[in-house]
Design a protein around this ligand. Structure first.
Ligand SMILES: Cc1cc2nc3c(=O)[nH]c(=O)nc-3n(C[C@H](O)[C@H](O)[C@H](O)COP(=O)(O)OP(=O)(O)OC[C@H]3O[C@@H](n4cnc5c(N)ncnc54)[C@H](O)[C@@H]3O)c2cc1C
Length: 419
């Protein structure tokens, strides 16, 4: 870098510094830059890698992407629609599961279905779109020090030089275990783990219908099959805490694939013979949350503000909605005090409470594998058949957490389904 450029960078005055250029940070940077708000994105990595993250976005997330003007970016980066969710699994025959398929393209008006894609590709595409819209992106930024307050500051190292940025606002979008959240002393609450969740991306599976996804239970796993088009499929599996080492160590990808040799799953042999094209990583499930992800000068978005249990696949949609809130607050207020984020804080708190309720319900109902749990699942299926209202918590994960009545997320629903 020339010394003039270095000089110019060593004291930086963007409007907003965004820490983390993942889905939340990338989406926010595009939307801000398009509103002529000068954004500087500080991203730790030099290149986005497959870390086994979200690659499925339900219809309400696709709607959020449209509202943010990012739909074309997602499509251009390989966004692929799934149109049916088929509940294959031990509870019913394949024919019955197909008859009960949820038509994902009919959940919300003008939303073609759920969307799947590669997480690193989407982050990369959002970063490119942000730069094209006028944002500045520095990759390989490290040693961050955030000073909150009415005149916030971010010190960081880039390419061996130390800089200080003095923006009007700092946004922490640095994901799980956020460093920004720690630096501002955020009080992170968390659920105890209920189970583990692992994932693997495979290629070369042309037998599986590209517009069908499946989530189901057989034996001692809950399986997820999310096609991405052209024979690529993201697989996830949930399993008990007592099987912690099940998909770790050497040959873990093969053991993971072998777990998909399931009687209830069409094309199981083809899935198990898929070619791994990414790592096989696992994580404990569970939510984390921060009641007030805002302090003077700093706001947190996406996983940095607390993440929903990935078991129900909401994190990407949550991140997009968070980013939309921040853009709306900044574009409709001249003074960027912490008060302008009050609607965001209030909406997010309730949104995450609702999704936490569904994740816990889903975990007990669909990620337990004892005989009692199996009986409970069959009983719940019958109860939903008799009283469709009991399916509303699950509809909320497709249609959005505020699309169903608030009483959906009360103890009564839990008792009616599970007890
Ligand atoms: C196993 C698993 C499966 C999941 N499945 C789904 C799913 O199917 N659907 C769904 O919607 N969600 C799913 N999720 C959740 C989803 O991946 C996240 O909610 C989403 O990626 C959050 O986006 P983010 O931008 O907040 O965080 P991230 O995607 O984690 O991005 C954070 C960015 O910040 C950068 N960063 C981190 N620390 C620093 C630092 N100190 N300085 C600068 N940059 C930094 C990182 O390099 C990264 O680029 C899943 C999560 C897991 C773990």
């Amino acid at each position: 870098m020339s010394s003039a450029a270095h000089q110019a960078k060593s004291s930086l005055t963007p409007d907003v510094v965004i820490i983390g250029g993942g889905v939340a940070g990338g989406a926010l940077a595009v939307a801000l830059a398009r509103q002529n708000i000068r954004a500087l994105v500080l991203e730790k990595t030099l290149e986005h890698q497959d870390r086994v993250r979200g690659e499925f976005m339900p219809p309400w997330g696709v709607e959020e992407a449209k509202k943010l003007g990012l739909f074309d970016v997602l499509l251009g980066a390989g966004g692929h629609f799934t149109k049916r969710n088929i509940p294959y699994g031990e509870d019913m025959s394949a024919q019955e599961a197909e008859a009960r398929a949820i038509p994902l393209g009919k959940i919300l008006p003008d939303i073609e279905g759920a969307m799947t894609f590669g997480h690193p590709q989407i982050c990369g595409a959002l970063n490119q779109a942000a730069v094209a819209a006028g944002a500045t992106m520095l990759r390989g930024a490290g040693d961050l020090a955030v000073s909150p307050g009415r005149d916030p500051k971010v010190a960081f190292t880039h390419e061996g030089h130390r800089y200080e940025a003095c923006p009007r606002l700092v946004v922490g979008a640095d994901g799980r275990g956020s460093w920004t959240a720690r630096q501002i002393g955020a009080d992170v609450k968390f659920d105890p783990s209920h189970h583990l969740l692992s994932g693997l991306l495979i290629d070369g599976v042309h037998e599986w219908p590209e517009e069908d996804q499946s989530i189901g239970v057989e034996g001692d796993i809950t399986f997820y099959v999310f096609p991405q088009g052209e024979g690529r499929i993201r697989l996830y599996a949930c399993y008990g805490l007592d099987q912690r080492g099940r998909f770790s160590g050497p040959d873990n990808a093969q053991r993971f694939l072998d777990a998909f040799r399931l009687k209830s799953l069409p094309h199981a042999d083809a899935l198990s013979a898929g070619r791994p094209i990414g790592p096989c990583h696992g994580y404990p499930n569970g939510d984390t949350w921060i009641d007030t992800p805002v302090v003077p000068g700093v706001v947190l978005v996406g996983d940095a503000a607390g993440h929903n249990d990935p078991t129900i696949g909401q994190g990407l949609s949550i991140s997009l909605r968070d980013s939309r809130h921040v853009v709306e607050a900044l574009t409709s207020n001249a003074d960027w005090t912490e008060d302008i984020f009050a609607p965001y804080v209030e909406e997010r708190r309730e949104r995450m409470r609702r999704l936490r309720f569904v994740a816990q319900l889903f975990s007990v109902l669909r990620v337990e594998f004892t005989d009692d749990a199996r009986m409970r699942r069959r009983r719940a299926l019958k109860r939903i058949g008799a009283e469709p209202r009991l399916a509303l918590p699950f509809l909320a994960t497709q249609k959005g957490p505020f699309s169903v009545p608030p009483e959906t997320f009360e103890q009564k629903t839990w008792d009616q389904l599970l007890n």
